[in-house]
Ligand binder design. Structure first.
Ligand code: ATP
Ligand code: MG
Length: 421
């Protein structure tokens, strides 16, 4: 127990944390350039927020939340996703009073009691963006373009972008009735989950992963054929915008969100080489969510990308950059008495922006040189008895093998000159 983490969690060890920084830096870069600002909300929220903001008939709320009563007897939930929290924050801090839309992004851990397997964990990380306050299709296309750009920048090319429109509370009831008519006599062939979805949320039958349900759903009527004029125009404009940006898409009529506050655009990005867990991004419009959370009716759209799956894809395609462990200087005290001088030099070098390390283990000269080569270090600053006596260090260039007794203040100059070469 004490030496194993909880099921579904993973440690990100030092040799992999640079991969995380790499993908995070690409995400931040794209957001900065597209003028999306970072928002950091708490890891836990009132449970009520997710009941409202995700919906009580969803898998997340029904089966996957980490919910507990805190010592103040409040019901608290570790965030299973972040849109609801961003909307909460938008309302709490009146971001709607700023110039609209509010264009926000986040990167952080999410928590779901999922069945752990490759690409599916109980603590996982999402990079997400939300644009709140704009209703036109340009912002939908921009949001989709950010996700596509992120994957392209990472070098992942075999992506499939699926889009659909789930309509709005005006046109959806008609579709829902059509769908219920369609599934009515096939009810006994559907899985247990779908049988209960039939009354509560029939659109969710369409995205059931059960093979039999999927086969039956294949012939179900399509939402796009029942869209009202507003939703239909929005969808065709979105398609034009994506084409203008040379973003390929496939219309997937089975891509749905069953709740009333999800409207119009729904999209998903798949990376098929990942196999079973191939969905790397899910997103869509939520024009009813802000009002559901207690605000004035305000449109919004966003996506969330699962970063563990992105890393799996990058590993598979060997697209992760080499880890660079090189340093400028290795400071090598050759006797115990040299440690103070070595440590003084180490701190001074770091203050000057030099990347350096020292021996902490009282290794022999030979072992220290071997250690310095492992990083590798460009220079080694050797300090032995003679060096202490003269108040200088033996500064060795590891590439040329040249070494000379050097004043510590000249070291910085030599390193900088070396860097310029
Ligand atoms: P799935 O159908 O795979 O469970 P989802 O519909 O629950 O996905 P979303 O809520 O849309 O997923 O989350 C967006 C993205 O977050 C997913 O496309 C996926 O990349 C990632 N994700 C979701 N759940 C997990 C998890 N348990 N572990 C790792 N990544 C996850
Ligand atoms: Mg899920």
């Amino acid at each position: 127990m004490l030496t194993t983490g909880p099921r579904g969690t993973k440690d990100i060890l030092p040799d992999l944390s640079s991969h995380w920084r790499y993908i995070e830096s690409i995400a931040r870069d794209i957001c900065n350039r597209s003028v999306y600002q970072e928002i950091r909300t708490p890891i836990f929220e009132h449970t009520e927020l997710f009941l409202r903001g995700i919906g009580e008939t969803t898998d997340i709320v029904e089966k996957e939340m980490y919910t507990f009563i805190d010592r103040g007897k409040r019901s608290i939930t570790l965030r299973p996703e972040n849109t609801a929290a961003v909307v909460r924050s938008y309302l709490e801090h009146k971001l709607y009073a700023d110039l609209q839309p509010s264009k926000l992004y986040y990167i952080g851990p999410m928590f779901r009691y999922d069945r752990p397997q490759a690409g599916r964990y109980r603590q996982f990380h999402q990079f997400g963006v939300e644009a709140i306050g704009a209703k036109g299709p340009v912002i939908d296309a921009e949001i989709i373009s950010l996700a596509v750009l992120f994957f392209r920048k990472l070098g992942l090319n075999e992506l499939m972008l699926y889009i659909n429109s789930v309509g709005c509370p005006k046109c959806r009831p008609v579709y829902r009735t059509q769908l219920k008519d369609f599934f009515h006599e096939k009810l006994s062939f559907l899985c247990e989950d779908c049988q209960s979805r039939f009354e509560r949320n029939p659109m969710r039958i369409l995205d059931c992963k059960n093979d039999k349900c999927a086969e039956i759903s294949n012939n179900a009527p399509h939402m796009v054929e029942s869209l009202c004029e507003d939703c239909s125009t929005h969808f065709s404009q979105l398609k034009q915008l994506l084409t203008a940006a040379q973003i390929d898409y496939i219309i997937n009529p089975r891509l749905v969100r069953g709740l009333d506050y999800y409207t119009k655009t729904a999209f998903e990005i798949q990376y098929p080489p990942l196999g079973a867990q191939s969905a790397v991004c899910g997103g869509g419009r939520y024009d009813g969510l802000v009002a559901e959370c207690g605000g004035q009716p305000t449109p919004g759209i966003g996506f969330a990308i699962g970063l563990e799956r992105v890393l799996l894809a990058l590993e598979k395609q060997k697209l992760l950059p080499e880890v660079n462990t090189a340093i400028d200087v290795f400071v090598a005290p050759l006797i115990g008495a040299a440690q103070a001088m070595a440590f003084g030099l180490l701190v001074k070098l770091r203050e000057q922006g030099v990347t350096c390390d020292m021996d902490y283990m009282e290794r022999s000269l030979k072992a220290q040189m071997k250690y310095a080569n492992k990083y590798p270090a460009k220079y080694v600053a050797l300090i032995g008895e003679d060096e202490i006596a003269q108040g200088k260090v033996m500064f060795k260039n590891m590439a040329t093998g040249e070494q000379q007794l050097t004043d510590s203040k000249d070291i910085i100059r030599m390193i900088k000159e070396g860097m310029e070469k």
